[in-house]
Write a protein that binds this ligand. Structure first.
Ligand SMILES: Nc1ncnc2c1ncn2[C@@H]1O[C@H](COP(=O)(O)OP(=O)(O)O)[C@@H](O)[C@H]1O
Ligand SMILES: [Mg+2]
Length: 370
């Protein structure tokens, strides 16, 4: 998908802005606070129907305004044109339209405009808590499979209901009713784990190569899905996951009643990275961590691209100040093969010699050709 034109209204600091983009690399430079990230945020909305900075859509509406609007023209291939619009107001909520027709289920829309974003916040991906890593997997796989997104929704709802039951005082009720929730938890949870494992397998094949391409070293990087279901054997045979899940639920039942919550399942799983045989986060330098995060994001891009046969839009938010020459070159090399990309930077000069891109400067809420 190529984003040709973007029009935003009452979005963050912009009362109105209309931009025509290049099919390749778009570089948006400007001082801090000029609205660079906000432009990427509006593009991210078109992909995921939400922000990457806040979970509250009202925060995105310009101060003292009642709604925002994001309108866009996309093309894919020769003839496929789509006008995608997102409208949000605090009173009417969020509405999404493709070619003026309203899309009622957002979960069916996700993946229409695949997108991969890299911000400084993503450095937490490897060093932060497991929640960040699960989020990474979930956003990625949701863009590939609407079924996954649906599984996630049902799993979360089931988890809430199961936890509510486990919180009851009447232990007899718990015993009688738990199996209904177990069944659902196992069905949707197993599919979630299985989909995540597919991506982890893909990472294990390619991660070292990508990591070394960026760092110009030759390290062996591995990744391991650490499931709360324990026992690694089922990993090679996905059909055995539900059986394992059920066994483990029975095993921890007493403990769950005591704790009053669900203690196993994909909501408790994590991903661990290794360099050679050492746990990456325990030993890595800041530079190595940046390399790993960039490699992961590239592989996210590759995976979506391979599974969907659509090149995701790549958003790089202000990351170049943090990169040394070697990593910067690795990144720019990768950009040669990528479809459409948006790069924001405060350092226009870094891209002076980068001729294959469209360059913009953002100043006083307006965008100029650089
Ligand atoms: N809802 C909003 N309405 C108006 N201005 C906003 C809103 N949210 C953020 N801003 C302003 O937008 C500016 C930051 O924009 P941002 O896109 O982060 O800039 P940059 O990435 O160029 O540093 C800040 O000055 C902030 O006060
Ligand atoms: Mg910014």
């Amino acid at each position: 998908m190529i984003l040709k034109e973007l029009e935003i209204e009452n979005f963050r600091l912009f009362p109105y802005l209309k931009i025509t983009f290049s099919d390749g690399i778009n570089i948006i430079s400007g001082l801090n606070g000029q609205g660079k990230t906000s432009i990427l945020e509006s593009i991210y909305y078109l992909a995921l129907t939400k922000s990457f900075r806040t979970s509250n859509d009202n925060h995105v509406i310009s101060y003292n305004k009642k709604h925002f609007n994001i309108k866009s023209n996309f093309v894919s291939g020769e003839s496929d044109k789509k006008v995608i619009r997102i409208f949000h107001s605090s009173s009417e909520g969020k509405h999404l339209f493709i070619n003026k027709k309203e899309v009622l289920k957002f979960s069916e829309y996700i993946g229409t405009v695949p997108c991969v974003i890299l911000t400084l916040d993503d450095l937490k991906l490897t060093l932060g808590g497991p929640r960040e890593r699960r989020r990474f997997l979930d956003i990625l796989i949701s863009q590939i499979s609407p079924v996954y997104l649906e599984d996630l929704k049902i799993y979360r709802r089931t988890l809430q209901q199961r936890n509510a039951l486990l919180g009851k005082e009447n232990k007899g009720d718990i015993k009688n009713q738990i199996s209904i929730w177990n069944e659902k938890l196992i069905e949707h949870g197993s599919r979630i784990i299985s989909n995540r494992l597919d991506f982890i397998d893909f990472l294990n094949i390619h991660l070292s190569e990508y990591y070394n391409k960026i760092s110009t070293l030759s390290d062996k990087i591995g990744v391991d899905y650490q499931s709360s279901l324990g026992d690694k054997d089922y990993l090679s045979d996905r059909k055995r996951i539900p059986v394992r899940f059920e066994k483990k639920l029975n095993l921890v039942f007493k403990y769950e009643v005591e704790k009053r919550k669900t203690v196993i399942g994909p909501h408790r799983d994590d991903v661990q990275f290794f360099k050679e045989d050492k746990v990456f986060r325990d030993f890595c330098s800041q530079g190595e961590n940046k390399t790993l995060v960039i490699a992961l994001k590239f592989l996210e891009w590759e995976y979506i691209s391979k599974e969907r046969h659509i090149k995701p839009i790549l958003l790089l938010d202000d990351i170049f100040g943090e990169l040394d020459e070697v990593r910067m070159r690795g990144l720019l090399d990768f950009l040669k093969v990528i479809g459409q990309a948006y790069i924001t930077t405060t350092m226009q000069d870094k891209f002076k010699t980068h001729h294959t891109s469209q360059k913009f400067v953002l100043k006083e809420k307006r965008l100029y050709d650089a």
